[in-house]
Write a protein that binds this ligand. Structure first.
Ligand code: FPP
Length: 241
């Protein structure tokens, strides 16, 4: 499918750092996992709103390579949320034309979760309306390192010359190899860090930071962020007009 946009000036690809679940729950005297559970509901709503907002590609940061430092209970809770999301949302995603993919290093994940990830990727592979990519055990540096190893292996086996390692070859070797670069990276909760997300791919992305905690972030809030994006002049390094 050729990418299309229903909304003038909408970014083709939006990437979101869904931050603030823990604080949202703690402020209410609830366990952190309650924030993640509420956050999963926002994921569902934002994904469903993408066609109307003119967003063809949505990439969300669900679990970073650094998140293993959290408590075992929180990690297990998050992994269980991911499994449940895949099983429970499969039919809705099919009905809404959502193609689901994952980026990140899957090898240390629970085999059951890995199987579900592979299953939903195959099941939704022919869907073309919204491209949802979920980053699980993802870190930009880790991704670049794995890609560099793969390319170095190809050179060592004589399948590639060092000169073949171009920017395009590196982009293609990343987990996001088949995705366009993000036009816009959004981070919720008032934090203004990039936190190892899409380091290579976001080279020319615009950034938007909102104080809203992820469990409170609704499609109307994303629409507002997209309105601000539409007013920006993107120059990709060229001189201002
Ligand atoms: C960051 O907030 C959020 C995460 C590490 C987890 C994101 C996961 C979800 C939204 C759950 C659902 C996802 C899917 C794909 C079903 P934080 O916990 O670091 O918040 P804090 O900074 O307030 O502690």
């Amino acid at each position: 499918m050729a990418p299309s946009s229903d909304r003038d000036g909408a970014p083709l690809h939006v990437a979101i750092i869904m931050d603030g679940n823990g604080r949202w729950a703690t402020e209410r005297g609830w366990p952190r996992l309650a924030g993640h559970r509420e956050g999963a509901k926002r994921v569902k709503e934002i994904v469903s709103a993408c066609p109307e907002l003119g967003v063809d590609y949505l990439t969300i940061y669900a679990f970073s390579t650094e998140n293993w430092k959290r408590s075992t209970a929180e990690i297990l809770g998050l992994m269980s949320l991911f499994r449940r999301y895949i099983s429970r949302e499969a039919d809705r995603m099919s009905a809404e034309g959502v193609r689901m993919r994952f980026i990140g290093d899957r090898t240390p994940l629970d085999p059951k979760l890995q199987r579900l990830m592979g299953w939903i990727e195959s099941r939704t592979a022919d869907n073309t309306r919204t491209n949802l990519t979920v980053a699980i055990n993802y870190g930009g540096r880790n991704e670049i390192t794995r890609a560099a190893r793969r390319l170095a292996g190809a050179v060592a086996r004589g399948e590639m010359d060092p000169e073949d390692i171009t920017q395009e070859a590196i982009s293609a070797a990343l987990d996001t190899g088949r995705l366009p670069d993000p036009d816009l990276v959004v981070r919720t909760s008032g934090e203004t860090r990039v936190s190892n997300f899409l380091l290579w791919q976001a080279a020319y992305a615009e950034f938007e930071f909102t104080p809203i905690m992820w469990p409170d972030f609704r499609p109307a809030d994303l629409a507002e962020v997209l309105d601000r994006f539409a007013l920006r002049e993107r120059r990709f390094g060229a001189a201002a007009q």
